[in-house]
Design a protein. Structure first.
Length: 357
């Protein structure tokens, strides 16, 4: 079997760039991880739980699902846990895709939608990110008589742009029941406009799945835990494809503690919002083409060749992501870091690009 697909290209690791450059301090601003690190409450709980790892975890992740359900005012039967939200995307494609079905994505967007869809033998169609009305009309026009999945990241990765809830509701109403609408809210917590996201849509539409993750604002990317929220029948359909012990005992415990750690959550949100405003101002001040991001990163066009820019920044201690690996050639995506990292980065960009400070 030949799959016409390019494998996911992750952000470079700190240890490999450190070895290459010999620099002691490297800032990884490439994979939208939390620059403040994990929730300390989650870390403390995982330390205590280490002695119990000889046992298999709770197969249905009961307590973790209950905590998430309470947090979002839904019922535990409307929640499914995965090894990262990426696993939930995979389960959704198992449940709704196959040969003869279609997947609709925006271009550019998170590459895994395409990957999972192709892995199920589905046909992938795309609509350019642009004017919101055009994108939504474009998606609806492609649905036609077929059946499949519409994948939307909201905020979108790599652009950081958002579709307001009212427009999502409009789109859900225009899709037939044979289409599953996946609203991937990995970055919802960073939104300044509608940080509660679109969970309420699952009450109105049985074919809407919202996905979220503990990898971003909660700083737990390394333990791989995310979840999906949808109507009970839909969650049961996804559950059919889930392995019995897909989330670890440490992850299940960490989730409960992380949801309780409102201090870490609020601090992460405010560090991101300040850093993002600074980098957006920087782009505007220097007339750099960029997208108005509501997420924890900004996609911008550097005034030099993309790969040369990425390696020049690595030599100066900053790992950023080349746009070509994210469907946006000629651009770079920068994750918002701590205030100190943003100071250093902005100074470095001004020197590298010969910009007035
Ligand atoms: C839009 C989007 N969705 C999903 C994910 C997957 O996150 P995870 O599997 O760590 O939950 C990412 C990771 O970068 C992402 O950017």
């Amino acid at each position: 079997m030949t799959l016409k697909n390019s494998p996911y290209v992750p952000g470079r690791r700190v240890d490999e760039v450190r070895e290459e450059t010999g620099l002691a301090v490297i800032s990884k601003l490439a994979s939208n991880e939390n620059p403040l690190g994990p929730s300390p409450l989650a870390v403390a709980v995982m330390r205590t739980a280490l002695n119990d790892v000889a046992e298999y975890p709770d197969m249905v992740a009961g307590q973790a699902r209950e905590a998430i359900a309470k947090h979002l005012s839904v019922s535990p039967e409307e929640v499914i846990l995965g090894a990262g939200s990426d696993e939930i995307l995979m389960l959704a494609s198992c449940a709704a895709l196959g040969p003869g079905r279609s997947a609709i994505v925006l271009d550019p967007t998170f590459p895994q939608y395409r990957q999972h869809s192709l892995a199920r033998g589905a046909n992938v169609l795309s609509v350019p990110v642009g004017d919101l009305d055009d994108s939504i009309d474009g998606i609806v026009n492609l649905t036609g008589e077929g059946t499949g999945v519409v994948w939307l990241a909201n905020p979108n990765n790599p652009t950081g742009t958002v579709i307001p809830n009212a427009r999502l509701r409009d789109l859900a109403g225009r899709l037939g029941p044979d289409w599953l609408l996946v609203v991937d809210e990995a970055y919802v917590d960073f939104r300044s406009d509608e940080p509660d996201g679109a969970v309420e849509l699952i009450r109105e539409y049985a074919n809407v799945l919202v996905t979220r993750t503990f990898s971003k604002i909660y700083g737990l990317a390394g333990i791989r835990v995310g979840f999906g929220i949808g109507a009970r029948d839909l969650i049961a359909r996804l559950g059919f494809f889930r392995g019995p012990f897909n989330t670890s005992q440490l992850a299940q415990k960490a989730v409960i503690a992380a949801l309780d750690d409102s201090e870490h959550y609020e601090r992460s949100r405010s560090v991101n919002s300040e850093g993002r405003a600074r980098l957006l101002d920087f782009c505007t001040k220097h007339s750099l083409r960029h997208y108005a991001s509501e997420a924890s990163f900004i996609l911008l066009e550097p005034p030099m060749e993309e790969m040369e820019c990425v390696s020049s920044l690595e030599r100066r201690g900053y790992i950023v992501r080349p746009g070509r690996h994210l469907g946006a050639p000629g651009m770079i995506r920068i994750t918002i870091g701590t205030p100190e990292q943003m100071d250093g980065l902005i100074e470095t960009l001004e020197t590298l690009w010969n910009l007035p400070s």
